[in-house]
Design a protein around this ligand. Structure first.
Ligand SMILES: CC(C)(COP(=O)(O)OP(=O)(O)OC[C@H]1O[C@@H](n2cnc3c(N)ncnc32)[C@H](O)[C@@H]1OP(=O)(O)O)[C@@H](O)C(=O)NCCC(=O)NCCS
Length: 156
């Protein structure tokens, strides 16, 4: 299995936008993604054996990065790709002098909670009723990870 992490082209932005819509059911338009990237953000796509297999969009400030969205497409999940992406991202951040990664995740998103926990993320806060899916609201945990620690994980 060959996994690559690439800066998205304009066509890739369309793939990201479509994947967001079909998986999370929410618009994440191309212009919004471009804005994130322009305003100190970082977007990346993952290809596995040449096929689009996932993406991540983040905002980066001086000491912290915030993951806005992260998705590994269902056919590619549980193969170590998400972890490889986080290792890749952590190395990128360390090179920029950024130490911490923050994100929100629904208290009901078991797979994501397990995923981040396996990379040493800790819960540092709770945002009540943060998400709304099909008119059902759920709390979000705020998780914090250490880039130095994450970069030392081994790729599967
Ligand atoms: C969460 C997500 C990014 C994980 O990516 P992935 O490539 O499937 O994860 P990996 O294969 O790298 O898993 C690494 C570790 O995370 C944990 N993990 C990942 N998926 C899991 C699951 N479904 N159940 C339990 N543990 C899981 C395991 O500890 C796993 O290690 P192991 O396979 O050696 O046991 C992916 O499932 C996904 O995109 N989910 C839908 C979107 C989402 O929830 N995004 C996050 C929102 S912030």
């Amino acid at each position: 299995m060959q996994t690559k992490f690439l800066i998205p082209s304009h066509n890739d932005l369309k793939l990201i936008s479509e994947a967001e819509k079909s998986f999370f059911g929410k618009e994440f338009g191309i212009n919004l993604i471009k804005n994130h990237v322009k305003n100190s953000g970082y977007a990346i796509i993952v290809t596995t054996n040449g096929k689009f297999s996932g993406h991540m969009i983040s905002n980066i400030s001086r000491l912290e990065a915030e993951i806005i969205t992260l998705l590994i497409l269902p056919d590619f999940q549980r193969k170590g790709i998400g972890r490889s992406l986080m290792i890749h991202f952590a190395k990128y951040l360390i090179n920029k002098g950024v130490k911490y990664i923050l994100l929100e995740v629904s208290v009901n998103n078991f797979q994501a909670l397990e995923f981040y926990s396996s990379l040493g993320f800790n819960s540092v806060g709770l945002r009540p009723l943060y998400y709304k899916n099909d008119n059902v609201r759920s709390d979000a945990k705020v998780l914090k990870g250490n880039a130095e620690y994450i970069q030392n994980f081994k790729v599967k």
